[in-house]
Ligand binder design. Sequence first.
Ligand SMILES: [Cu+2]
Length: 162
Amino acid sequence: MAATGFYARVFGVVVLIMGLVVLGGAGVTSAHAAGSHEGAAEAAGGGAATKVADRGGSNPSPDREYVLEAFLDGYVGLEGEIEGQTNPVLTAAAGETVRIRIVNGESMPHDIVMERHGASSEIINRRGAETEVTFTAETDDYYFCSVGSHRQAGMEGRFEIE
Ligand SMILES: [Cu+2]
């Protein structure tokens, strides 16, 4: 993995730039406003950095990508066959690299966690913020939000091997 060092350096620079932007801008207010959740400010900064890194094209392309909008009522499909569906069943073949991106639909902390694959995203706090989880499909699973009792509130869906 010779590329790992390079990506780590790019990520470090992005984090540094985002830190300067947050210090110099209105981001301070929103990050602190969302601070009621444990580690929220830290997660918000990481989420922003991930988003910038994606635009730079530093992440390899997955075999499958799903985009969901996160609400306390459930995740809603944003693109493709799952568009408009609440907590859609997501599928992939075993061995495929799967990326699930979430866009926060409200100003409330959310994340996405794969119960059995053991992969999880950062927590995002503000409406419009994005994060993602990437994993290799191995088994049927559930995706859910690990914040508070959001899973019981409706933020849970199935992942199935085709
Ligand atoms: Cu949530």
